[in-house]
Design a protein around this ligand. Structure first.
Ligand code: GLA
Length: 728
């Protein structure tokens, strides 16, 4: 049984290796005659008791005592309790999970526990305000096999008057410890997933996005641990299924009192947010998936990667290997010409590419960043015979055809904008601002949503396009909805604060409608590189474009951060001729290929200009990649070495009887040409064959993992792909 409820007040959720326990605690009532009236009447509080290694005996968690032994008069008693779901108001001064305002101006939610429902692996706990018609449901779903618990919150207005929901995190997670560390990211365009690890010693730490999407700077996830390593230590983690403004807060509410804990909250950002909860309606937060392990970061990654593959990724492609693709962006930029693309396609097909994707520049009057976005029809100057000439040619070469779009955006210089200047976010008396010379379409308008659905549907119905790269190249701003020169924005002050949320809901609606109509089309999610990587987008996309930075050294760092919580099959990795990190660094093509072979391989070089020798190298590596891609994309990942801290970089993938290791050396130092490497994930008692550059060895799994192998690399930018197979 994954959910046990005892005495209608103790909730015990179990996964394969973890337990998650909370109760309704009334003990605070005993105190209210003294210094604090923390609760009123016999209102309980939902108290989080435990999340950690599995403990089976539910009775062990029957506590009648109040955990807070002593509260100095000027402190809040309730701030010292790990709450399952705290709400702004009463004597709460910590970051709370919800804030509501009732129509008479009352701003606190005082609840009674009303009941619960268990349905298979799902638990719903219902809280009801003691006076106002507001019901809050806390939802839990247990994914036993993956050690994951899904949480979300639903609020109901059962009355007539409006209630303002000004904050609604998806979950609050108390961790009964302090001095923890939190990992999130601090990146930028072309440097996504730069890991940041902060000690939580007091105060509050916030990672968030405010630009209407996930952004490059942080990620809607958390990893909280105590000195964990890849293989050891306790790690609490979570990933939010939301592609809009998010907020992750970690706080130690008080370190001086007798009861210490770290409180982690994750959900939609409350910045400029409000949902007007009308009488008789409900509102649901995005879901968050949380987990715990005592075996370090590798175990966390394995569990979340498996969970994504089995539960989140769209089913029609989740179990099919990602095809080797070619993308034209770095080769031709906006200069898309049918004949040139055909030449690229011929070379790509000869090299073993399976999917040919034309990036930006094929539509409207798109000759550069300044124009064309919004006009999703083929540019007749570039394709006088329509897109079908290229599509047929590509298909004739045995490849599938894909195309780039950026449907949420419009340029001022476009037919769409000239016809509908009121279709963008804007304020009435302000000149709208551009980002990358473009505006954001107002997706809260139904006619805009319908236009997007129609134009994408037409594109896919009229052409044999089986792959879409969906981009989003600017952050959202000026979230007003009105016609230019209108007297005021549409909606009232509160409703205008919901635009951020509604945009994302309609983005989900458009892509899911298109996916339903075209189930055989694969979608890649891009936002100026990797600014839209989250578990919400993962439900509708089959790949993430991880970064526009294809420099292999930078890229390995980005891939390392990405891989903590996101699956390798989704990690688009291309080799290109573009070196954003600096014109001075030109690692050899083999080194770059191997870096891209660590994910879902793509080719982005200008094949029309590439020397024949280099093309041959690409071709031979594509052959190798196809041999190992099931191991890379569906196997378990081990981050063995990282050249930010080690002499070389190494990642290993294990799938059943087979394993592959990619090793990378920047420069030999001090005459070293042999690097010792302990492998992981093998069976101790099985025998393996290991094909290393200097020969093949046969050793036991125990030897390979405990003693290790010698990896021979020397010179500048050397690398190896080492294949390992279990012997029968
Ligand atoms: C963004 C993407 C690139 C490319 C360009 C096209 O920058 O990240 O991969 O598609 O847009 O304009």
């Amino acid at each position: 049984m994954s959910i046990v409820v005892k005495g209608d007040k103790l909730f015990h959720l179990s996964t394969k290796n973890t337990s998650y326990v909370f109760d309704v605690d009334y003990s605070g009532d005993l105190e209210h005659d003294t210094q604090h009236r923390a609760y009123v009447g016999n209102q309980g509080v939902l108290r989080h008791l435990y999340f950690g290694q599995r403990i089976d005996n539910t009775d062990d968690f029957v506590f009648t005592e109040n955990f807070v032994k002593w509260t100095p008069a000027v402190h809040s008693h309730v701030d010292q309790i790990m709450e399952e779901f705290s709400s702004f108001g009463t004597l709460r001064y910590k970051e709370t999970a919800m804030k509501v305002v009732f129509s008479d101006g009352t701003k606190d939610f005082r609840y009674n526990y009303k009941g619960h429902k268990v349905n298979g692996n799902c638990l719903t706990v219902t809280l009801e305000d003691v006076h106002y018609p507001l019901i809050v449901e806390l939802h839990y779903e247990v994914f036993e096999e993956f050690d994951v618990i899904k949480r979300f919150v639903k609020v109901y207005n059962t009355g007539k008057e409006e209630i303002l929901v000004e904050r609604l995190y998806s979950a609050e997670l108390g961790i009964a410890d302090d001095d923890m560390q939190i990992i999130n990211f601090n990146g930028a365009w072309s440097s996504e997933f730069q890991q940041v690890s902060e000690s939580l010693k007091g105060g509050k730490k916030v990672f968030e996005s405010l630009g209407g999407t996930v952004g490059h700077v942080a990620n809607p996830s958390f990893i909280v641990h105590k000195n964990a390593t890849e293989d050891t230590g306790e790690v609490y983690y979570g990933a939010l299924a939301y592609t809009g403004n998010f907020k992750v807060t970690a706080e130690i509410p008080s370190k001086v009192t007798t009861y210490k804990y770290t409180n982690v909250l994750i959900g939609m950002n409350d910045n400029d947010f409000c949902h007007v909860l009308r009488g008789g309606t409900d509102f649901e937060s995005p879901a968050v998936y949380i987990g715990y392990t005592n075996k370090g970061f590798t175990d966390m990654s394995h569990k979340m990667h498996d969970f994504c593959k089995n539960e989140i990724m769209p089913k029609n492609f989740a179990n099919k290997p990602a095809k080797v693709l070619y993308n034209s962006w770095y080769a031709t930029l906006f200069d898309v010409v049918c004949d040139e693309q055909k030449k690229l396609a011929k070379k790509a097909a000869d090299a073993g590419v399976e999917l040919f994707v034309v990036d930006d520049g094929w539509f409207g009057t798109r000759i550069g960043e300044k124009q064309g976005l919004g006009d999703w029809y083929v540019d007749k100057n570039k394709f006088p015979n329509g897109l079908s000439e290229l599509v047929d040619y590509v298909n004739g070469l045995g490849m599938e055809f894909g195309i780039w779009i950026e449907p949420e955006m419009v340029n001022e210089n476009s037919e769409l904008y000239r016809n509908h200047p009121d279709w963008i976010y804007r304020f009435p008396n302000r000149e709208p601002l551009t980002g990358r010379l473009q505006y954001t379409l107002n997706l809260t308008k139904e006619e805009v949503v319908q236009y997007m659905i129609e134009s994408l549907d037409n594109l896919l119905s009229e052409n044999n396009v089986t792959f879409i790269k969906w981009d989003m190249n600017r952050l959202i701003s000026e979230t007003g909805t009105c016609a230019p020169g209108a007297a005021a924005c549409d909606g009232n002050y509160h409703e205008q604060k919901e635009i951020w949320y509604k945009h994302i809901q309609n983005f989900y609606r458009v892509i899911s409608t298109i996916r339903e109509k075209h189930p055989n089309v694969e979608f890649e999610c891009c936002a100026g590189g990797g600014a839209r990587i989250d578990y919400g987008a993962m439900r509708y996309f089959d790949k993430f474009w991880t970064s526009d930075n294809t420099d292999p050294i930078d890229r390995m760092e980005i891939q390392d951060g990405y891989s903590l919580l996101y699956p390798i099959k989704y990690m688009s990795a291309w080799i290109t001729d573009d070196f954003l990190a600096g014109e001075t660094r030109r690692p050899p093509i083999t080194f770059r290929m191997r870096c891209s072979m660590c994910g879902a391989l793509g080719i982005g070089n200008n094949l029309n200009e590439l020397p024949d020798d280099d093309l041959e190298i690409i071709k031979s590596h594509i052959v190798e990649y196809k041999r190992v891609r099931d191991i890379v994309q569906f196997g378990k990942l081990y981050r063995l070495k990282n050249f930010m801290r080690d002499d070389f970089h190494a990642v290993q993938y294990v799938n059943g009887n087979k394993s592959v290791v990619f090793t990378f050396l920047l420069h030999s130092r001090y005459l070293t040409s042999k690097y010792s490497l302990k492998l992981k994930g093998l069976e101790e008692n099985a025998m393996y064959e290991v094909k290393e550059r200097n020969g093949t060895i046969k050793k036991s799994g125990a030897f390979l993992m405990k003693y290790g192998i010698d990896v021979n690399m020397k010179g500048d930018y050397d690398s190896q792909m080492i294949e390992i197979e279990k012997l029968a």
